[in-house]
Unconditional design. Structure first.
Length: 155
């Protein structure tokens, strides 16, 4: 999402993350824009432990700033100033629930993604609001998951 009204999102391509170990309270998100997909992503040798957290924000994909963040007080030359705009129900605009609950990995609007030896540890049993799938795929093409002894690709 461009920060200044009328701008076109830039390109994100040739991204690589290797040798990462850690803990998180949210998923790994690889999310492009419908008009500018993320291209050629390589994730390898990643060990991530997902934990439940105090706040429910982790159960939502954070797409802020969103088009809803623009209001009459914004100056288009300076970009958006507020990422906490709420709707009539009091929900923050731009926080979107994951389709099937919190996955370990969410890919959307991405092409040519390689995940090699990416291990995501999640609690058992899964907490309420978590996806039963470790990885969830939105609008993606040419995605390949492999571990040392196996592989699975989605084209």
């Amino acid at each position: 999402m461009p920060r200044v009204a009328g701008d076109v999102p830039g390109y994100v391509r040739d991204v690589s993350a290797d040798g990462i170990t850690g803990r998180a309270q949210g998923t790994i998100n690889i999310v492009g824009h419908e008009t500018q997909k993320i291209e050629s992503v390589s994730l390898s040798n990643i060990q991530l432990t997902l934990e439940t957290g105090k706040f429910s924000d982790a159960y939502y994909l954070d797409l802020r700033p969103s088009p809803h963040d623009v209001n009459l007080l914004d100056n288009p030359e300076q970009g958006r100033r507020n990422a906490w705009v709420k709707n009539e129900a009091g929900q923050v605009l731009g926080l979107e629930p994951y389709l099937n609950g919190l996955p370990g990995l969410w890919l959307d609007h991405a092409n040519n993604v390689r995940c090699n030896d990416v291990v995501i540890h999640r609690p058992a049993p899964l907490p309420k609001g978590w996806s039963t799938e470790e990885a969830e795929l939105g609008h993606v093409t040419n995605v390949c998951f492999s571990k040392p002894a196996s592989s699975h690709c989605v084209v």
